[in-house]
Write a protein that binds this ligand. Structure first.
Ligand code: SAM
Ligand code: SF4
Length: 462
């Protein structure tokens, strides 16, 4: 007999990572420091002239949304954002000096926080500084995150003029009761104005973010939000699962846990999004994205070239990713590196001419195989065993017998109909797609050590 939804939730709604990296950031440690980062940059520079991905973290927001899990600096006054920009330019200089031969970018993303917290003149200055040191490939993906409540038409036009071609805007939910509960009031009109302006300015791909699992969400209210979003016809939509982590983000304690939807309702909201978007011609992509069939993300998903990194699902992801700004994460020559999170530490390191590295992680051979396996599951919802053997050697079914056995055991993902064996490996079933993190977790060698700690770490998978 097929497992019921309550059975599935009981067995599979557990804390788990979102796998924007493997190993996840929880495994990064302070034993990996600036000297290690410099050594990896040198290796990356020697490896040829393949293009890079560049992430720039602009952390400022005028006010905090109660659900926010990002690394932000709330600053209603602008006294700290000016010095931060100067420090960012210094870090950019250090980076360019460390990469004399790797100066092409196939992808650049400005995220936050709210990058459009900065006025046009600062955005132009920062973009110009990157452009003086790096060149963009012809088809480079140049993206920015914007908050419709604070982003002006002039900023949109200026960004398009600079060369930004992808824009991602936060919506979360249009229902007034939800907006009140999350401390983020944003009208449909201001969102429409932003989307129309971006389209007119020439942005090639416009993404809207929604979240399911927010306080006071209901099926009827979310269905209305989905209609309102569909009316804007974004090229892409992300429907993130609310990561409720009050032990990490103290401001989330201001959300009354009694107002959060049950796991069953949370799953129902995702199912509503699934029906609404696929019914309107969007392709379902990865764990939480939808894209129109002619958008690059849908094409990448179809051709199996979608990838996942700290920016989420991406199309033009390069082999090496470098990050600038507080908390930014890089992925360079087989190692992850993360910057310090505090503004004061960031300023101090750069004043001394040092990369502001806080921690990192060098992947070993086993990590590399598992990173590929987990990436395939998260991006393509399937795994071809022969492909793993071709890339890394070994015999998949022998080397991963324990993992496959656990998935097939009673109460495991395969036994519960979330995952099936195929001619060449394993694939998630349609009902298994919302539980993709559970399947990925079966291949995570670090999870045991992380969960053995006294403190909770990850949000729940449903
Ligand atoms: C840096 S923010 C977006 C940019 C801009 N500051 C805004 O709010 O419109 C990126 C996205 O992360 C998502 N997000 C933030 N906190 C989250 C959480 N705790 N759980 C799930 N998604 C979250 C939201 O959908 C948000 O739009
Ligand atoms: S959701 Fe966006 S605007 Fe709200 S606090 Fe987070 S980064 Fe800032």
């Amino acid at each position: 007999m097929e497992a019921t939804i309550p059975d599935l939730i009981r067995r599979h709604d557990v804390p788990g990572p979102r796998y924007t990296s493997y190993p996840t950031a929880v495994s990064f440690h302070e034993g990996f420091g600036e000297a290690d980062y410099r050594e990896r940059l040198a290796r990356a520079d020697e490896s040829g002239d393949a293009p890079l991905s560049l992430y720039v973290h602009l952390p400022f927001c005028a006010a905090r949304c109660l659900y926010c899990g990002c690394n932000v600096v709330i600053s209603p006054r602008r006294s700290v954002s000016g010095p931060y920009l100067e420090q960012l330019l210094r870090e950019l200089d250090l980076l360019a000096a460390a990469l004399p031969r790797r100066r092409r970018l196939s992808q650049m993303q400005w995220g936050g926080g709210t990058p459009t917290y900065y006025p046009v003149s600062d955005l132009v200055r920062l973009f110009g500084a990157v452009g003086e040191r790096f060149t963009f490939t012809d088809d480079a993906e140049i993206g920015i995150e914007v908050d419709p409540r604070v982003t002006s038409g002039e900023q949109i036009d200026a960004l398009a003029g600079l060369g930004f071609n992808r824009l991602s805007a936060g919506v979360q939910d249009f229902a007034p009761e939800v907006q009140a509960a999350i401390g983020r009031v944003q009208s449909e009109e201001e969102t429409r104005a932003l989307v129309e302006r971006a389209r007119a300015a020439g942005f090639r791909s416009i993404n809207l973010d929604l979240i399911h699992g927010l306080p006071r969400q209901s099926a009827a209210g979310f269905a209305r939000t989905l209609e309102q979003v569909l009316a804007l016809r974004p090229d892409r939509v992300a429907v993130y699962s609310f990561a409720y982590v009050p032990w990490l983000k103290g401001h989330m304690r201001r959300i009354d846990p009694g107002t959060l939807p049950s796991p069953g309702l949370k799953l129902e909201l995702l199912a509503l999004a699934w029906e609404a978007f696929t019914g309107a011609g969007y392709r379902a992509i990865g764990m939480d994205h939808f894209a129109l069939p002619d958008d690059d993300m849908a094409r990448a998903a179809e051709s199996g070239t979608l990838s996942r990194n700290f920016m989420g699902y991406t199309v033009q992801s390069a082999s090496d990713l470098v990050g600038l700004g507080i908390s930014a994460i890089g992925d360079v020559a087989g190692a992850y590196v993360q910057n310090v999170k505090k503004l004061s530490d960031y300023a101090q390191a750069l004043a001394a001419g040092r990369f502001p590295v806080e921690r990192g992680y060098a992947l070993d051979a086993d990590d590399q195989v598992r990173r590929f396996v987990i990436g395939e599951i998260m991006c393509n919802a399937r795994l071809d065993f022969a492909e793993v053997e071709r890339r890394f050697g070994g015999v998949f079914e022998r080397d991963f017998a324990a993992e496959l056995g656990a998935l097939a055991a009673p109460g495991g993902a395969m036994a519960d109909g979330l995952l099936e064996r195929t001619a060449d490996g394993i694939a998630l079933t349609p009902r298994g797609r919302p539980f993709v993190r559970i399947v990925a977790m079966a291949f995570d060698r670090h999870l045991g050590a992380v969960n053995a700690g006294a403190k909770p770490v990850f949000s729940r998978t449903v």
